[in-house]
Design a protein. Structure first.
Length: 328
C-alpha cells in the first residue's frame, strides 16, 4: 500500500483529495492546523483504517515516521477574506511551508505536487491564460501576499527539482467549487448562494463585466490525480475554460435558487483580476483531461449542499480567531 501525505487536508480541496486517494487504495496521512480548515470535512474518515490525521503547522519542522511515496501540498489560505487578515502567515506557508515539504520529499524520496493558482497570472494581459505567460502581478498590493507566495512556491519547487533532483509537479488551480466550501469565505459562489439562502440581495463588485471560469470539484480532483501520476514537472493549468461574467453569473444564481433578490453593485477591490480563463490545451495533451461536469449540474449539487447546512452555519459571519496562529 502506498502512502501519501496531504497538507491542508481539512480544507475544501484537501478533504476531497483525501477521499479520492483512499478510494484509490492509498494510506492517507492528512495534515492541517485548522487556520482555515474545518475538522467536519474529515469527520467521515475518522474511523477509516487507511486514514491518519496529524494536527500540525507546515511552517514548522515536519517529520513523519513512515515511508512516503507522494506528498500533496495544499496548505494555504485561499480566499481574500483569509489572506488579507493573515498576510504574513499566507506568505510563510507558501515559502517556509513549501521549503519544509520539499526537504521532507527529498529525505523520503517522495514525489511532491504543489497547489499553485491562477493568481500567479495576476490581472492578466493575455487571455486566456497559458502556462508560458509570466503574469501581471502587483507585488506590493494587498493581494500580493497570496500571489507572490504562490509564485515563490513554484520557484523553490523548480529549484529543488533541478538542483536536488526531487520529483515535483505543479498544478495551477483555477476557480473550483462544490460541497464543503465555506459558506462565508468571501468567494463568489458561496457568497451568492449564501445571500440567496438568507434572502439578501446579491453583491457584485465593480460593474460585473469581470469574468471567471468555474471548475467542479470532481473534475479538479481528477486533473490533480492525473498530474501527480504523470511525468511532467512544469506547471499545468487545471480549470474549466467556460468563461462567464460575474453579472451574468449572478443572474444564473437567482434563477437557480428561485429567489427574487436583485443585484446590487459595490466598488471593485484593489487588483481584482478582470479576466480569468484557463487555456487547458496542455492538460488535454499531457493528461487526456478536460472537465466533464456542466456548470448547471455542479451548481445544483453545490446549492443542495449549502441548503443542507444548519441555520447557525447559514447566518453566522466569519469571525475566526487567528490570534493563536500569529507568531513573530
Amino acid at each position: 500500500m502506498k502512502h501519501i501525505l496531504i497538507t491542508g487536508a481539512a480544507g475544501f480541496l484537501g478533504s476531497h483529495l483525501c477521499d479520492r486517494f483512499i478510494k484509490e487504495g492509498y494510506k492517507v496521512i492528512g495534515m492541517d492546523n485548522f487556520i482555515t480548515g474545518d475538522i467536519r470535512n474529515l469527520e467521515h474518515l475518522k474511523s477509516n483504517d487507511n486514514f491518519e490525521f496529524i494536527e500540525h503547522d507546515v511552517t514548522e519542522y515536519i517529520d513523519v515516521d513512515v515511508t512516503l511515496d507522494y506528498i500533496l501540498h495544499f496548505a494555504s489560505p485561499a480566499s481574500p477574506i483569509d489572506y488579507l487578515k493573515i498576510p504574513i502567515q499566507t506568505l510563510k506557508v507558501g515559502s517556509l511551508g513549501t521549503h519544509n515539504l520539499l526537504g521532507l520529499a527529498k529525505a523520503k524520496k517522495a514525489r511532491l505536487l504543489i497547489a499553485s493558482t491562477s493568481e500567479v497570472y495576476g490581472d492578466p494581459l493575455v487571455h486566456p491564460q497559458t502556462e508560458d505567460y509570466y503574469g501581471n502581478v502587483n507585488t506590493i498590493g494587498p493581494r500580493g501576499v497570496y500571489d507572490e507566495a504562490k509564485r515563490f512556491q513554484e520557484s523553490i519547487t523548480m529549484a529543488y527539482h533541478r538542483f536536488h533532483g526531487v520529483e515535483t509537479r505543479i498544478v495551477r488551480i483555477f476557480n473550483t467549487y462544490g460541497p464543503r466550501m465555506r459558506l462565508n469565505d468571501g468567494r463568489v459562489i458561496p457568497a451568492f448562494m449564501g445571500q440567496a439562502l438568507r434572502g439578501e440581495d446579491l453583491t457584485v463588485f465593480g460593474d460585473g463585466s469581470q469574468t471567471r471560469s468555474f471548475c467542479y470539484i470532481d473534475d479538479q480532483v481528477e486533473g490533480i490525480y492525473r498530474l501527480l501520476l504523470s511525468d511532467y514537472a512544469y506547471p499545468v493549468n487545471i480549470g474549466n475554460p467556460h468563461e462567464i461574467s460575474i453579472r451574468d453569473f449572478a443572474e444564473e444564481i437567482i434563477k437557480l435558487t428561485n429567489t427574487t433578490q436583485k443585484v446590487i453593485y459595490r466598488d471593485l477591490p484593489v487588483d481584482d483580476p478582470l479576466q480569468r480563463q484557463p487555456d487547458i490545451t496542455l492538460a488535454k495533451k499531457l493528461l487526456n483531461w478536460e472537465p466533464k461536469v456542466e456548470r448547471e449540474e455542479g451548481m445544483i449539487k453545490t446549492f443542495e449542499y449549502f441548503k443542507s447546512l444548519s441555520h447557525e452555519d447559514l447566518f453566522k459571519r466569519e469571525h475566526r480567531d487567528f490570534s493563536k496562529h500569529i507568531k513573530p
